[in-house]
Design a protein around this ligand. Structure first.
Ligand SMILES: [Zn+2]
Ligand SMILES: [Zn+2]
Length: 430
C-alpha cells in the first residue's frame, strides 16, 4: 500500500484515527542571538537563524558509523506489526497543538513554522544520516529547469514552479546492507562454430548448388563458483512514496554519511521506517542476485550461457538504518496526482509528467499544414513548371521553413548559451 505524500504531512488536531495517540514534547533549537528558531542550512552545514543570520555549528561526534549483524538482529527483533502511533504535539513556541502523521517524527508547526522534532519509536533507530546538500532555492532551480525542458508540459506545471515553497524537504528512511557472497553454479557454455552446407539458390536466373557457412552452437556442461562482496546496497524503508520514484533517485553516496544528530532534522519532515529489516533484506537479495547472475555468465564465458541452478551463501551480512534527504512536491492535473522528487544530495530529479494534449494536437496540426502546403506547391510546380515560382513567388518556397524548425533553432541557440528553452513563453531561461 502506498500512502500519498506530501499532502499527508500533518493534520490539525481532532482527526484522531484508530491509532495509538501519544503526547510528545518536541525539541527545537533557538538562536542564542535573538531567540528565533534555528533550522539546518544545507549551504553552510550549520544551524542557521532566518532572522539574524547567526550560525551555530553542529559538533558532530567523530564516532565511526557501525554496521550491525543482520542475523542476530533478526533473531531478537519483535516481529509485531508496526504500531501506528499518532504523535500529538504542543508547539513550544506558539502553544498551538497539532498531530504528525503515523511514522513521521519531525515537521514544522503549521501555525508558526517552528521546527518540532520528536523521538523515534520503531525498534531500530537511525545512527547515521546524509544531511541535505541541496538547499531549497537550488532545488527550485533544478525543478524549474527540468520542467522547462519538458516538451508538451501543460501550462499549470509551469505555475507550480513559480509558487515559492512548493517543494518540501524530507528525510526518508533507508536500509543499507553489506554481504560477502559465495555462489556455486551449474550451467552450460555455448560456443558458436560454423559449418559449410550446400544450398540450392537461384544465381543469374539458374538454380545452382552453392556452399554457405551456417552457425551452430556447441553446448558444454560447466560448473563453478563466483564470489562477490557487496557494500551498502541501498533499499528504501518508506512505503509512503512510490518505489519507482525512490529507485530513480539512486545512487546515494553513502561515503558521505555522518553520525545521526537531531539538529540535521530541524526544518525538515522526517519519517521512520515502514518496511522492516527482514523485508528490506529480501529486496536487497533480489538486487544482489542480478549482479551475481551476471558474474556467473561472465565466469561461464563462451558466446552464450545457460544457468541451470545456483546457490548463494551469505556471510558477514550487516545492515544500517539511515536517513536520506529529498525535496518533493506534487501536483494535480485533470484529476490525477503527479509526484516529483529531487535527491537532496546529488540534485538528481525524477517525476511523473503530464502531457498537454492541446499542445500536441496544435503541433500535429501545424505539421499537417506544412505537409499539405508543400504538397500543394509540388502540385503547382508539376502543373506550371519550375519557372512559376521564379516569376510570381520567388520567396514562397522552399525558403520559409516549417514553424517547428524555429523551435529547434531557438532551443539549440539557447542551450549553446547554457540556458533552457522555454517553449511555453518562447524565451530562453538562464
Ligand atoms: Zn537569530
Ligand atoms: Zn507553533
Amino acid at each position: 500500500m502506498e500512502r500519498g505524500f506530501p499532502g499527508r504531512r500533518r493534520h490539525l488536531s481532532a482527526s484522531a484515527a484508530q491509532t495509538l495517540t501519544m503526547q510528545f514534547s518536541p525539541i527545537n533549537y533557538t538562536c542564542p542571538g535573538c531567540g528565533a528558531p534555528l533550522k539546518f542550512s544545507p549551504l553552510t552545514g550549520t544551524l542557521r537563524c532566518e532572522f539574524c543570520k547567526r550560525e551555530v555549528p553542529i559538533e558532530g561526534e567523530h564516532a565511526p558509523i557501525v554496521e550491525h549483524d543482520l542475523h542476530s538482529a533478526l533473531a531478537t527483533l519483535d516481529h509485531a506489526p508496526n504500531q501506528e502511533i499518532t504523535r500529538e504535539i504542543t508547539c513550544p513556541k506558539c502553544g498551538g497543538s497539532f498531530t504528525l502523521d503515523p511514522f513521521a517524527i519531525s515537521a514544522n508547526c503549521p501555525y508558526c513554522d517552528t521546527p518540532a522534532i520528536t523521538e523515534f519509536v520503531q525498534e531500530i533507530h537511525p545512527e547515521s544520516i546524509l544531511p541535505f546538500q541541496i538547499a531549497h532555492k537550488q532545488a527550485q532551480e533544478i525543478f524549474a529547469r527540468w520542467i522547462g525542458s519538458l516538451w508538451f508540459a501543460p501550462r499549470e506545471l509551469k505555475h507550480l514552479v513559480d509558487t515559492r515553497k512548493s517543494l518540501t524537504g524530507y528525510y526518508l528512511p533507508w536500509w543499507t546492507y553489506d554481504a560477502d557472497t559465495v555462489t556455486d553454479y551449474a550451467g552450460q557454455r555455448g560456443d558458436i562454430y560454423y559449418v559449410t552446407v550446400q544450398k540450392r539458390m537461384i544465381v543469374n536466373g539458374e538454380e545452382r548448388l552453392v556452399e554457405v557457412q551456417e552457425p551452430r552452437i556447441q553446448w558444454t556442461p560447466v560448473s563453478g563458483q563466483v564470489a562477490r562482496s557487496f557494500d551498502d546496497v541501498t533499499i528504501r524503508a518508506s512505503q509512503g512514496v512510490s518505489r519507482k520514484i525512490l529507485d530513480a533517485l539512486e545512487p546515494w553516496d553513502t561515503s558521505q554519511l555522518v553520525p545521526f544528530d537531531p539538529k540535521y532534522l530541524s526544518g525538515f519532515d522526517t519519517e521512520e521506517y515502514t518496511i522492516g529489516l527482514d523485508n528490506g533484506f529480501e529486496m536487497a537479495r533480489v538486487r544482489m542476485d542480478g549482479v551475481i547472475r551476471s558474474d556467473i555468465r561472465l565466469d561461464i564465458g563462451g558466446d552464450q550461457q545457460q544457468i541451470l541452478n545456483y546457490h548463494t551463501r551469505y556471510h558477514n551480512t550487516t545492515y544500517k538504518n539511515t536517513l536520506f534527504p529529498l525535496w518533493m512536491t506534487h501536483f494535480t492535473y485533470k484529476g490525477k496526482e503527479y509526484y516529483y522528487a529531487i535527491n537532496g544530495q546529488s540534485g538528481r530529479i525524477t517525476g511523473e509528467r503530464p502531457y498537454s494534449y492541446t499542445k500536441i494536437v496544435l503541433l500535429i496540426l501545424a505539421l499537417l499544414a506544412v505537409f499539405f502546403l508543400a504538397a500543394f506547391f509540388d502540385d503547382i510546380r508539376e502543373t506550371y513548371g519550375e519557372n512559376f515560382f521564379h516569376r510570381s513567388a520567388p520567396q514562397a518556397y522552399p525558403s520559409a521553413p516549417p514553424a517547428s524548425t524555429d523551435v529547434f533553432r531557438h532551443t539549440a541557440d539557447c542551450e549553446s548559451r547554457g540556458g533552457v528553452w522555454d517553449y511555453i513563453n518562447d524565451q530562453c531561461d538562464r
